[in-house]
Design a binder for this molecule. Structure first.
Ligand SMILES: [Zn+2]
Ligand SMILES: [Zn+2]
Length: 372
């Protein structure tokens, strides 16, 4: 390999200020089982917007102290493979292959092994948790090069999945594949409501359609996103700008579900009020999975609703390599049926990363990408 010893990375130095493009070191030596990749594409997430703005989040240790190398979604091309022969699911790896990768899950704590829940790893080594001065310097994905931690699961990207979509799969899709696992089986009798129509909600539509759900109703906006949700399999859409009242939206969903409410509700909006609304929309005996709620706001809830409905309420956070691998497989197998790139709302050069984040904050985007 041709060793470039430095590269450009976007660093969050101060909350509320634009990311600084800094020259950072590329690690000269890799830890055993680590990979060095050249970033091909990175994508911007709602989490990046909140993190940069300094909004308190209920999640993990991310961004608790600055500076950090920003970004957590990317696809990279392997430039230094060290002693690694295979990805985490048995595909042979070589220099030049495209991969996506997980945060570092230790593989030797109670959650990783006994509970089988690596996303709850007690010794998680996460991205966006360290600045460029701390080895291996490439501690986030908004950088020309990326470092796959030794304990990060990594998966070869199928040839019919584009760079930008693979990058989106490394966050939104793996999160939704995990959430569907947490929900359990969906069968043809069951109706689904999806709250939110960002990347999480859109992937939820496609996964729910493939699961055989009897009907899918999506609540969110703006209208362009809802149109895409229809194309990807939503039977009904409710635009929150047309129906701004939560009560009226709940009444509408009753009409659409024969008065019963939805058997499955998937929260993918992140809106503070979504839980109260989703609970009201849930049928008796229904299941509700919460995915988008990562804010620090409290809301009033009457827990009696959970009791009288015999409801199952489930939380689901992030995803493990299993979910990355099955997400990529889902994209690849359904590449003829879905134009996954429709989700990628813009592609800018890396130098315009702050424009991509600002544009995401304005909700004019679904999933902005930056190319390298
Ligand atoms: Zn993300
Ligand atoms: Zn662990």
């Amino acid at each position: 390999m041709m060793k470039t010893m430095e590269c450009q990375a976007a660093v969050l130095v101060e909350y509320g200020s634009p990311l600084e493009i800094q020259t950072v070191s590329i690690p000269a030596t890799l830890e055993p089982n680590a990979l060095l990749v050249r970033t091909r594409m990175a994508t911007v997430c709602g989490t990046d917007v909140h993190l940069c703005a300094g909004h308190a989040m209920a999640s993990t240790s991310v961004g608790k102290s600055l500076p950090i190398v920003a970004g957590h979604e990317a696809v990279g091309e392997i430039v230094d493979i060290n002693d690694t022969e295979y990805d985490s699911v048995g595909n042979r790896l070589a220099v030049g292959d495209r991969v996506i990768w997980t945060h570092g899950f230790c593989g030797s704590c109670r959650q990783c092994t006994i509970e089988g829940s690596p996303t709850l790893c007690e010794r998680r080594r996460g991205y966006m948790s360290a600045g460029p001065d701390i080895y291996p310097h490439l501690n986030g994905t908004f950088a020309e090069y990326g470092y796959v931690f030794p304990t990060s699961g990594r998966v070869l990207v199928p040839s019919n999945v584009s760079d930008a979509v693979a990058s989106a799969a490394s966050c939104a899709l793996r999160t939704m594949v995990h959430a569907f696992d947490r929900l359990g089986r969906i069968d043809g009798r069951q109706s689904v409501i999806i709250q939110g129509v960002g990347p999480l909600g859109l992937f939820a539509v496609a996964l729910a359609r493939q699961s055989g759900a009897s009907s899918i109703t999506v609540i969110g906006g703006p209208s362009a996103r809802l149109a895409l949700a229809r194309e990807w399999g939503a039977d009904n859409v409710i635009d929150i700008s047309d129906v701004p009242s939560a009560e009226e939206r709940t009444d509408l969903t009753r009409l659409l579900t024969g008065g019963r409410g939805a058997d499955i509700v998937i929260e993918a909006s992140g809106a503070t009020t979504a839980f109260t609304e989703g609970l009201a929309m849930l049928a008796r005996g229904g299941r509700y999975v919460l995915v988008g709620q990562l804010h620090a706001n409290s809301i009033p809830v009457n827990p009696s609703q959970i009791v009288v409905k015999n409801a199952t309420i489930v939380g689901s956070v992030s995803g493990a390599v299993n979910h990355y691998a099955r997400g990529l497989d889902f994209l690849s197998r359904n590449a003829d049926r879905y134009d996954w790139d429709r989700m990628i709302s813009s592609v800018r050069p890396f130098a315009k990363i702050n424009d991509a984040i600002a544009s995401m904050a304005g909700e004019g985007e679904i999933k902005p990408a930056v190319s390298f």
